[in-house]
Design a protein around this ligand. Structure first.
Ligand SMILES: [Zn+2]
Length: 67
């Protein structure tokens, strides 16, 4: 016997956040994080990874698309 499988705990893609400060409450008490200089952060509770993406670049993509 052995092997404890936790269905539902999967490695997912990092979440894109457009603000330097964000909160995570994914099946745990809400916690707030601030991105590092690397613009990366990981939730200590659910190990979800977050990546900071400035809104400007997001808007630029849209503007580039139409034109
Ligand atoms: Zn979390």
């Amino acid at each position: 016997m052995g092997g404890t499988i936790h269905p539902g705990i999967l490695v997912e893609k990092p979440k894109i956040i457009h603000t330097k400060t964000f909160s995570c409450d994914n099946d745990h008490p809400i916690v707030w994080y601030t991105f590092d200089e690397d613009n990366k952060a990981m939730c200590g509770y659910c190990s979800t990874q977050f990546i900071y993406e400035p809104k400007d670049s997001y808007v630029n993509k849209i503007l580039k698309g139409s034109g």
